[in-house]
Ligand binder design. Structure first.
Ligand SMILES: *[C@@H]1O[C@H](CO)[C@@H](O)[C@H](O)[C@H]1NC(C)=O
Ligand SMILES: *[C@@H]1O[C@H](CO)[C@@H](O)[C@H](O)[C@H]1NC(C)=O
Ligand SMILES: CC(=O)N[C@H]1CO[C@H](CO)[C@@H](O)[C@@H]1O
Length: 471
């Protein structure tokens, strides 16, 4: 490619590792096609990113902009993993303070494109004034974004009665095709935290609506082979081109090094188990489980009689006084059969081990993609906004079962154990889930198809920019 047609693309993710990692993966895709990338975040976040392979080091410029201090935000907190759920609004407020630093950077960078996340509602007008093309990159799928509001103006305005939290218990009426996608009553508080204005001064839907409104395009981690109606709907609702980038299945190098000490000890444990017998249990890094949740989940795993590997990290920013405890005697009773792992766990490595045969997951979109890429049936236990909707779609696709919750949202050890047994059964229902998960994994791991999405995405960046520069 001629050097004058090289693009300079600026990437600006929200400060959560679940967002920064897919933004970084997308940066590599752009850089691989010979374009220049500036990846912008705060110093401590840049420092904690996985190391770039040497061939990318000169193509991806890691740009550090210091996070301003705001009252109530714990010292040194720069990412969601550093703060408790209730402190999240202060992190968003600090994030908004990156405006001055990023503007200065953009003024000086002669960027062609800036690709950003849902949070920086102030950014599109700044970029537009500088003549930089703009896109929102959604790490969430099309059904979640489409159900948040009938239009960008409704999302920004917030006064449309159809977008009041109570209305989300039935499928939104702006969805023109039959669907069962709606929040359960106990999930209303999850959606409330997305819709309500918070200490950051803006609701998440306001942020998202504004960001989409000011964008030239929406890039999204989704693809036509799974649920095509929602991608078309998203385009219609928001009147913006929607370009799916595919699932971006995790690359092999993310599986961790073979000789890595953590992995070696986990692998040895897994090697001692029968094929497809182990349940991998991980509920994501964002949800804060209550003491009751942890107790019932633990006792449910115990009751199931199944071998399990439980990646159980302390909730973000937790102190000794608010940390949760495993039931008394639990660790001794499950010794040999189950393993509770309290530090970082190489999820992809574990999921790809032969002994693992099922995934007890919160149904976050990234984890869902990882589980299904490896063809595992799912035991679903959602905890946050988009996760409940993901579970509904996955239940309909019969790739697993959701743990039944009571009306108040609590769940019991018995419902955990029963769901585990049904999904992990080698015969009957379990066999069907396993086969369906294997079948659907073909879409996720079809490298040609997924590469085609990424090629088309980069072509879009190139062609649109060329068009804009001509006019
Ligand atoms: C702008 O770019 C010039 C030349 O690369 C550099 O010397 C200057 O420090 C930059 N200013 C800012 C604010 O980044
Ligand atoms: C593996 O399966 C066999 C046959 O069902 C069983 O006897 C054995 O105890 C299992 N091994 C482990 C480690 O669970
Ligand atoms: C500081 C503040 O306003 N926090 C609120 C943010 O939103 C959640 C969910 O609606 C409330 O529970 C908090 O009190």
């Amino acid at each position: 490619m001629a050097s004058e047609s090289k693009l300079h693309v600026v990437m600006f993710p929200w400060v959560a590792f679940g967002h920064m990692i897919p933004f970084l993966e997308l940066s590599k895709v752009i850089a691989q096609k010979g374009h220049r990338v500036s990846f912008v975040s705060t110093p401590k976040n840049i420092q904690r990113l996985p190391k770039l392979p040497p061939n990318f080091a000169s193509l991806i410029n890691l740009v550090k902009i210091p996070l301003p201090l705001v009252p109530n935000l714990p010292e040194n907190a720069e990412a969601t993993m550093d703060v408790r759920t209730e402190d999240m609004p202060y992190l968003k407020k600090a994030f908004d303070g990156l405006e001055a630093g990023l503007s200065e950077f953009l003024q000086n960078s002669s960027a062609d494109w800036i690709i950003y996340d849902f949070a920086p509602h102030w950014l599109p007008p700044i970029a537009a004034k500088l003549g930089v093309s703009r896109a929102f990159f959604s790490i969430f799928n099309a059904w979640f974004i489409s159900t948040l509001g009938p239009s960008v103006s409704a999302m920004v305005d917030g006064s449309d009665p159809r977008t009041a939290p109570e209305h989300f218990v039935v499928p939104p009426e702006w969805i023109p095709f039959p669907t069962n996608l709606a929040y359960r009553h106990y999930e209303i508080n999850w959606i409330r935290s997305t819709i309500n204005i918070n200490a950051s001064g803006f609701s998440d839907t306001y942020r998202l609506g504004y960001v989409i409104m000011g964008s030239d395009a929406i890039f999204i981690r989704d693809c036509n082979e799974l649920e095509p109606l929602w991608l078309n709907l998203l385009e219609e609702l928001h009147q913006k081109p929607v370009i799916p980038v595919g699932f971006m299945p995790p690359p092999a190098q993310n599986y961790g090094a073979d000789k890595d000490e953590t992995w070696v000890s986990i692998r040895e444990w897994l090697d001692g188990k029968n094929k497809s017998s182990v349940v991998y249990v991980a509920l994501g890094s964002e949800a804060t489980l209550s003491q009751n949740d942890v107790t019932e989940l633990a006792l449910g795993l115990e009751l199931s009689g199944l071998p399990f590997f439980w990646a159980l990290r302390k909730p973000p920013g937790s102190t000794k006084s608010d940390s949760v405890e495993l039931p008394q005697g639990f660790l001794e009773r499950i010794k040999g059969r189950g393993l509770v792992w309290t530090s970082w766990a190489p999820q992809l490595r574990i999921l790809s081990h032969d002994s693992v045969g099922g995934f007890l997951t919160h149904c976050g979109w990234s984890s869902t993609i990882e589980g299904l890429t490896l063809g595992h049936p799912l035991i679903m236990l959602p905890f946050l906004v988009d996760q409940g909707l993901n579970a509904l779609v996955l239940v309909e696709k019969k790739v697993g079962r959701e743990v039944q919750r009571n009306e108040d949202g609590s769940f019991t050890r018995n419902s955990v154990a029963e769901t585990l047994r049904l999904v992990m059964d080698f015969d009957g229902e379990g066999r069907a889930y396993r086969n369906n998960a294997k079948e659907i994994s073909e879409i996720f791991k079809d490298k040609n198809r997924q590469d085609r999405y990424l090629d088309q995405f980069v072509e879009y960046l190139e062609n649109q920019r060329a068009l804009l520069q001509k006019t």
